[in-house]
Design a protein around this ligand. Structure first.
Ligand code: FVH
Length: 295
């Protein structure tokens, strides 16, 4: 859908930190952007840059074929889209709100019942990264929506379409966020440990950054072992060795007067594998214990 100037139109529902960054990126590339937000005052800076502010979610949805949704959570998405139900038919809804694969499947079915096509998205960026080379997005669901609106989606960041299974974008998004939070647990523990000894975080930072950057090889190597289901060949750092040394984290934490609770969950998993005779295996074997559907 284009306006009288020929500009392609995009509607954006939600003007939090991320929705505002998405709208700004589209405006900067010459898209005609209609915005709506529950708290209307947040649209002022975008209107000053050329956005049109709709006075209801329904009016915003009516304004463009492509409707980008960026709200706090799926409850807010349901609240907002329910108010715009009559206008949804014929719309391409691209929802980049964080959620679960199950929520994405449920919303896709709900949208389809109302005549809209649905693409789910996961944003792998923080607002200042939007429209830079560092930002990337996962998409899954209706390929027709992805293909038809790829130009607009590519403005926001590098687009990765994962397939028609609509839950995949949320799955990949949560997988990457899980990796990030796991890394943050290690970072927090490291700074707490040195901090309790009177060392500044800044004195450790260059070494910690160098150490963590080196984990990219571990990411790829672990994936290879998991996909081959072979945790034993070429092991240079066995579970038995790592489990034996892991206790030092708890002893040192106690000596320094800090909690080691962020590191604690890995300890019993390593011990279970060693007790089961897998001490010679690689740490990647821990993944096998996390699948609770396996007997
Ligand atoms: N910001 C970030 O770094 C991350 C990066 C990765 C992706 N996430 C996800 O993006 C979604 C939006 O995040 P956000 O940063 O824009 O969040 P807020 O600034 O808190 O804005 C929230 C917007 O949602 C509106 N809202 C909340 N509840 C309702 C509701 N019941 N009905 C209608 N709108 C609602 C809120 O409106 P208002 O408070 O201004 O009236 C904001 O527009 C999110 O899924 C992240 O996980 C961001």
């Amino acid at each position: 859908m284009s306006d009288s100037t020929g500009a392609k139109r995009v509607t954006l529902l939600g003007l939090g930190a991320m929705g505002t960054a998405l709208a700004e990126a589209l405006l900067a590339k010459g898209y005609g952007v209609t915005v709506w937000n529950r708290t209307p005052g947040k649209a002022a800076s975008l209107v000053a840059k050329g956005a049109s502010q709709a006075d209801s979610a329904g009016a915003a949805v009516a304004a463009s074929e492509l409707v980008l949704v960026c709200l706090l959570d799926y409850q807010s998405v349901h609240d907002v889209l329910c108010d715009a139900q009559p206008e949804l038919a014929g719309r391409a809804v691209v929802n980049v709100t964080n959620g679960t694969p199950g929520q994405a499947r449920e919303l896709a079915a709900w949208a389809s019942e109302r005549g809209a096509t649905y693409l789910d998205g996961g944003i792998m960026a923080i607002p200042p990264m939007i429209a830079t080379a560092e930002a990337f997005f996962f998409y899954s669901g209706a390929q027709a929506v992805f293909d038809a609106h790829r130009d607009a989606l590519d403005v926001l960041g590098e687009s990765h379409y994962l397939g028609e299974e609509v839950g995949l974008a949320a799955l990949y998004d949560l997988a990457l966020l899980g990796g990030m939070y796991g890394m943050f647990m290690g970072i927090a523990h490291a700074y707490a440990l040195v901090g309790a000894a009177g060392e500044s975080a800044g004195s450790l930072a260059p070494f910690l950054a160098r150490w963590l950057v080196g984990t990219d090889a571990m990411v790829v190597g672990t994936a290879d072992r998991i996909d081959r289901q072979d945790y034993t060949t070429d092991v240079v750092a066995s579970l038995a060795m790592q489990s034996a040394g892991y206790v030092n984290h708890f002893v040192a934490a106690e000596e320094q007067g800090i909690s080691a609770e962020l590191l604690a969950p890995l300890d019993p998993l390593m011990k279970r594998l060693v007790a089961a005779g897998q001490g010679h295996a690689d740490m990647a074997a821990v993944v096998e214990l996390l699948n609770t559907r396996k007997e």
